[in-house]
Ligand binder design. Sequence first.
Ligand SMILES: Cc1cc2nc3c(=O)[nH]c(=O)nc-3n(C[C@H](O)[C@H](O)[C@H](O)COP(=O)(O)OP(=O)(O)OC[C@H]3O[C@@H](n4cnc5c(N)ncnc54)[C@H](O)[C@@H]3O)c2cc1C
Length: 508
Amino acid sequence: MRMDTELKTIAIVGSGASGVACFIQLVLKYIIAKSSQPLSIVLFERKNEFGTGLAYGTGQEGHLLNTKAGLMGLFPGERLHFVQWMHQHKDLIEQDFPQVHPHPDSYPPRMLYGLYVQSMLDHYFQIAQQHKLQVSKQHMEIVDAEATGEQRITLKSNKNSYYHADYVILATGTPASATFRELNGLTQFIASPWPSKRILTTIEDKNAKVSIVGSSLTAIDALITLVENGHKGPITFFSLSGLLPRVQSPAEIPFQRKVLTLSNIRTLIRENQRSLRVKDLIRLFRAEVENHLQRKVDWAAEERVGKNQLDLLEGDIRQATQGANLYQNILYSLREDTYAIWKLLSADQKILFDKWIKPYFDINRHAIPMENGVKVRNLLKTNQLRVIGNSDDIQWDGTKFILKTEDEKSYEADFVINASGPASVVSKMEDLPLLQILLKKNYIQEYAAGGLLADLNTMRLESGDGIPRLPLYTVGHPLSGLQLDVNSLWFNVEQADRLTDDIIQQIR
Ligand SMILES: Cc1cc2nc3c(=O)[nH]c(=O)nc-3n(C[C@H](O)[C@H](O)[C@H](O)COP(=O)(O)OP(=O)(O)OC[C@H]3O[C@@H](n4cnc5c(N)ncnc54)[C@H](O)[C@@H]3O)c2cc1C
């Protein structure tokens, strides 16, 4: 199929939450601009469903949002919109999700959030049609792209159809992990915890020994998939840090930062006449904590690696109940400033941040809802779950997996689920072949700290040497190095707003 060349055409490749957020903003901005330019918007999606993407297409009710509902609005500046939608759909919730109490501090099932995104997509699809916008959804994978001059791009699908577009938005989402690729051919090795159905169809023996690589939110998703479907056998989290996410307070506790402020960071840069370093951030964070507590802290004693994770989790649940996780309160209070600070770090310093503090940042900033904290605690208590740190060696001996730690201890497993988190280096995102092809053609360029290089005011991608910049944009995980919060919906929605501003300004 070929599109009418008189039209301006915007192609959105990937129709998860980010792609849908872009679609809605394009429709709204086009209508508001009262543009007379004929416009067509095409949404592409390789999965069966549009709107749910990787995160919200889970078939498991036990997979909860990890972000409070009050941040999950699909519209920029309207973070409460999802909560308002839940209130407007009380009948659906009472019937299908009776345990959900719509509230900004609640953590509803991600399935319910997927229904919200789909209903917003349907709604704005209809609005677009009423305004004579040409809109369509194409269920196919875009596998190649060819620039026609500097202005247009021809997309090729896996069904051998071609689409000409004036603008292409790559909303291709979260890639699979880049680790343990050598085990990928084994049926007992599950390369990704999603879709969760694969875990259930592969591990039929409910008493099998299962190792989950990782111990973060992804690993907890895999754990919940197993136990909520009756798995009784031993489960091991096997990870480098061996750290579990901390637990969310029932309500966010406001924190007034006095030391770790953007203003103090700017002063530091001006007075020292040098760029920001990770060490500065560590120092300011520690000073913030000590200033709040009005005492010195023994930072070595705060180390969590190598400690008993059940004891730590019990303590975290107690602290969360009282809203007393100071680190979490400080990091949540930084939500609106994090990006501005991140942009002040050079690529080298961003890499150091990932190495030195990302694991600690993540367990506090991406904590688990209380309900999941209690589930994990109970599994640790009964010894069905164990957490092993300092480990990244897995071998298959022909009948079972042997997992080894740095201190040469060995563990056996019948099945391994790789939940070690998404690849951040684009050339290793093998499940996103389109990005590989665009890289090879030099249409896009990698950023040293991960992800792609883009103009952060517009999210337009930079091309490689010798290739003029093309009308290619991206949002979400492909910007994982340049941006820090690409795993938060509220952040991606704000970036979708900027990106669509740029496109609409050019076509109206
Ligand atoms: C398991 C999980 C849970 C999460 N929970 C939360 C949460 O509670 N709160 C929160 O704020 N954030 C959460 N996130 C972060 C989440 O990634 C973002 O919030 C946001 O949903 C990302 O949406 P996306 O559209 O960018 O990516 P995705 O949801 O990954 O969607 C990308 C889509 O693009 C499609 N695609 C890729 N390549 C092509 C192609 N070439 N052609 C056609 N289609 C293609 C894929 O099939 C996919 O459907 C979670 C992430 C995961 C993985």
